[in-house]
Design a protein around this ligand. Structure first.
Ligand SMILES: [Zn+2]
Length: 111
């Protein structure tokens, strides 16, 4: 959880895990751990699509049924909220998956 929240290296806890908003750095700047050796894939994104989609859809339906605002209120509310939630949770979940792979020494299957 410390790695996921702080976006730091799972081995040393000091180097930055991300080179940009959601892209991993190639390696830890402090201890040299190769982040590209880990493969978190699209697992995080598919869960986020379902979870955030359900949350935003539920909130939009509740707002529409209770207040009936103009259509642009929905656009102004839900588009930014969806974008912020997705980016924040994608960064958190990718870091969490990488930390779990590191902790459990998960690797690609080999024959
Ligand atoms: Zn490190």
């Amino acid at each position: 959880m410390r790695v996921a929240i702080g976006g730091c290296c799972p081995r040393c806890g000091k180097g930055r895990l991300f080179a940009s908003l959601i892209a991993f750095a190639p390696a830890c700047s402090n201890c040299g751990l190769d982040f590209l050796a880990f493969n978190v894939g699209d697992g995080a994104a598919s869960f986020l699509i379902l979870i955030i989609g359900a949350i935003v859809t539920g909130l939009a339906m509740w707002l529409e049924l209770s207040v009936e605002p103009a259509w642009y209120v929905h656009v102004l509310l839900w588009l930014p909220l969806t974008l912020v939630l997705t980016l924040a949770m994608l960064r958190f979940s990718k870091a969490l998956l990488l930390a779990l792979e590191y902790r459990h020494e998960a690797r690609q299957g080999r024959l």
